[in-house]
Design a protein around this ligand. Structure first.
Ligand code: HEC
Length: 422
């Protein structure tokens, strides 16, 4: 992944010289693009933010849908010839396919999707979270920004972060301040929307890279994970004190982080079959082993009854862990072992998550009482593209999700569940 500034430069240079020289693909070893007119342009322009394997692995689109999809990433309208060449190439080489088609499960519940498109193109919109006043904060990871959407007017204001922050997430502390993780520059900070100024805390250890997900205790002490550094951190925003601990087992890749209802901190492992139980005062860690096999866990949520529901992303399953008894049950996700469940939230008797390995990216609901699944393709304009990476709930009892490739924030309103009707 290269910086956006360079991406823009690449685009400018490439478009200036229509007779483009083939550029080396940006990433290490994605499958080569098939030959054809337009290939050099696609290699030059489309690998600026991500490797071209997102194209070769995609579900394929018609020309019209390629136009819509790429229009969420880059504006090529000032060079119609280049745009035509790219779209002709994509439509010819990557027409719609069924390689990643999910198994959608019909059912009785009806949901409505309400969508908002965020302004900055190709920003990787993610992790929307609702503030007390109803506005919605989100991170634009590739855009190096966090933004605030007013769902009443549909207007969004985006705030640039210090260079190379590349925020992995945004979350609100008990005072309502939006905190972001400086994923690429080893920092964590918060933004004052009144002034646009950020208060940034640098990690005291250069090894503390990949600052990831953030949570808070009731007093506003900040807790966060580091995937690649294999660490968990704590920050006292008043004193600036930062404490970091290493996870004993190598390459656990600490990922999601949340408090349970009794004040114990939990962390999921994205590279090994484990959950980590963390004492927030001492940061002592106890490992809970999950069923072996391909098990890796991106995210989890704690239900009101204390049960921890987790996505077994590597194994394509939904997991239920009872911290009181240690009992673990796993359920195969409807689209199977390669479905890669990702974001998850417990809401009103159901566990909601997505199957990010599939296209469309399905939103799945597991009914806790009946143990039945139902799923829907997440709506995102006229194209199905991108991933839900973190689900949250709103104050009105609905679901707040997103799609990364189409700059979408989406509210999911279950119509006939026991949620607040509106
Ligand atoms: C300014 C950044 C940027 C540029 C330039 C860009 N993309 Fe993307 N693209 C994104 C983001 C962000 C995603 C979502 C990635 C994720 O969630 O990991 C994405 C995802 C995709 C996907 C996968 C969609 C899916 O369902 O997972 C495809 C296909 C794609 N891009 C095609 C292209 C093509 C073709 C071009 C060139 C015309 C292009 N991109 C240029 C930002 C960009």
């Amino acid at each position: 992944m290269i910086a956006i500034a360079r991406a823009i430069l690449v685009i400018a240079v490439t478009l200036a010289a229509i007779e483009v020289q083939a550029q080396a693909p940006a990433a290490k070893g994605p499958p080569p693009l098939p030959d054809g007119k337009g290939k050099p342009l696609v290699e030059g322009i489309c690998s600026a933010c991500h490797a071209t394997n997102l194209i070769t692995n995609s579900s394929g689109y018609t020309r019209e849908h390629w136009k819509e999809l790429t229009g969420y990433m880059i504006d090529l309208s000032n060079n119609k010839a280049a745009q035509d060449e790219i779209l002709d190439y994509l439509a010819a080489k990557f027409p719609p396919n069924t390689r990643r088609t999910p198994k959608l499960v019909p059912g009785k519940m009806e949901v409505a999707f309400k969508e908002w498109v965020m302004p900055r193109l190709g920003q990787r919109t993610r992790d929307p979270v609702q503030a007390a006043d109803g506005t919605i904060w989100y991170a634009g990871q590739f855009g190096n920004l966090i933004g605030r959407l007013d769902p009443k007017t549909g207007e969004a204001k985006e705030y640039d972060l210090p260079p190379n922050s590349m925020p992995h997430t945004v979350n609100l502390d008990p005072k309502g301040r939006p905190w972001f993780s400086g994923n690429k520059n080893g920092s964590i900070g918060w933004l004052d929307p009144a002034t646009g100024k950020t208060t940034v805390y640098k990690m005291p250890d250069p090894e503390a890279v990949d600052v990831h997900t953030i949570t808070f205790d009731k007093k506003g002490i900040v807790y966060f994970t580091f995937q690649w550094a294999n660490m968990i951190g704590r920050l006292n925003p008043d004193s600036g004190d930062i404490k970091l601990v290493k996870v004993a087992a190598e390459r656990s890749q600490p990922y999601d982080i949340k408090f349970d209802n009794e004040g114990t901190l939990w962390v999921s492992c994205n590279a090994r079959p484990c959950l980590l139980k963390v004492n927030p005062d001492t940061l002592d860690i106890t490992e809970v082993k999950l069923p072996a096999g391909a098990t890796t866990v991106r995210r989890f949520d704690v239900a009101p009854d204390g049960i921890i529901w987790y996505v077994n992303s590597g194994g394509g399953r939904l997991g239920r862990f009872n911290p009181k008894t240690g009992d673990i049950t796993e359920y195969e996700s409807p689209s199977g072992p390669r479905s890669h469940p990702y974001g998850i939230i417990v809401l009103d008797g159901g566990v909601w998550y997505n199957e990010s390995g599939m296209r469309p990216d399905p939103l799945v609901r597991f009914d806790i009482a009946t143990e039945k699944f139902q799923s829907w393709a997440i709506k995102s304009g006229n194209v199905y593209a991108g991933i839900l990476r973190n689900a949250r709930k709103t104050r009105q009892g609905t679901l707040l999700i997103h799609q990364t490739a189409t700059n979408r924030i989406i509210e999911v309103i279950p119509k006939n569940a026991r949620v607040a009707q509106r």
